[in-house]
Design a protein around this ligand. Sequence first.
Ligand code: C6P
Length: 416
Amino acid sequence: MPRTLTPFMSINVDQIRKDFPILERETANGRRVIYLDSTATSHKPLEVIDAMNDYYRRSNANIHRGVHTLAEEATALYENARERIARFINAASFREVVYTRNTTESINLVAYSWARANLKSGDLVILTEMEHHSNLVPWHMLQMERGIELEFIPVTDEGLLDLDAYKSLLGRNPKLVSFTHMSNVLGTINPAAEIIHLAHSAGALTLVDGAQSVPHLSVDVQALDADFYAFSAHKMCGPTGIGVLYGKSALLEGMPPFLGGGDMIKEVKLRSFRANTLPHKFEAGTPAIAEAVGFGAAVDYLTKVGMDDIAAHEHGITEYALERLEEVPGVKVFGPPAEKKGGVTAFTLAGVHPHDVAQILDQDGIAVRAGHHCAQPLHEKFGIPATSRASFYLYSTKEEVDLLIKGLYKVKEIFG
Ligand code: C6P
């Protein structure tokens, strides 16, 4: 039997679930949605939905352009959200918080702007074997274009980064170490501060893919000493269409603009332009204004609940889920034990394709993701094409884990 897990008491889940209207809905066959796919995207609380709704009802206008009441109000809302997001990750200044579309665009911004200005043929970029495609393909593209070299910190059988191998790679004078803070498949929480410290000692800069860490852990970019840090609003109770690239201001100052157009300039002549100050230099064109407002509401919401309490709650759920999954004959879980991971659990069920597992679970309203989760090389490393993945967030419950386990027994019954 599962042991008693105190972390479940860290937040009042019943109360929290009332904030998320979507958790009330039923699927076509009348089942309550059991949402175990927050790693793909999280649900949005009423505070976020209402903030965006209010923005369109009361304040809609373009920003940084008009002097009329609505334009000034919209600009203030957009910029005020940036300041709250900066505080949420403890950036030294709002100037270090660049709005992008998502984590993918944030990483591409570094690859296009910083890397194309600073890397030449033969320069080494260190990645890891557990990266999401968004932290692989931009570097593949640069490798093809520039002839940079790529090396990968290996993943151990337990699903951890091999730090001894990393230390050896650092002897090859890398220019950049770019790694995920938390794996979207294994759930592994990587020792980001140590990885960054080692990179700096070897003279390399660091870019952290925080798509899975910022939503689930308390992240302090200054304490980590990260040079660049990327994340998306939609995985942390905020809307789709907006993310952040955090960068140390000295680095961002020295980088050429990414996209050219309105708002990113100070002055334009027929044959030249002067770029705007930070962070606007990297924000060309009309941005996602309502989404920034929603993003601000999302960090307020997470702050109110408490990031440490959210992490403790997810830890409790994950520990319980791992124990219960182990009970199911034929289930193989990938990744380290609960103390080294966040609320993501990828698994296979012997003899059943992960897509079939997901489809049968869906008949009972249970939403898990199946596939390679945009981490194909990691799946190849483990010799499998795909996994099923259950992931948890602040609104996940122990009862939902029980329903997942019940669903897996049903899958086994169907497949004999
Ligand atoms: N992972 C998943 O189901 P975007 O799409 O840009 O917001 O995030 C990309 C991304 C980058 N890094 C990591 C570690 C991620 O998990 C993701 C998104 C989702 O696992 C969708 S593929």
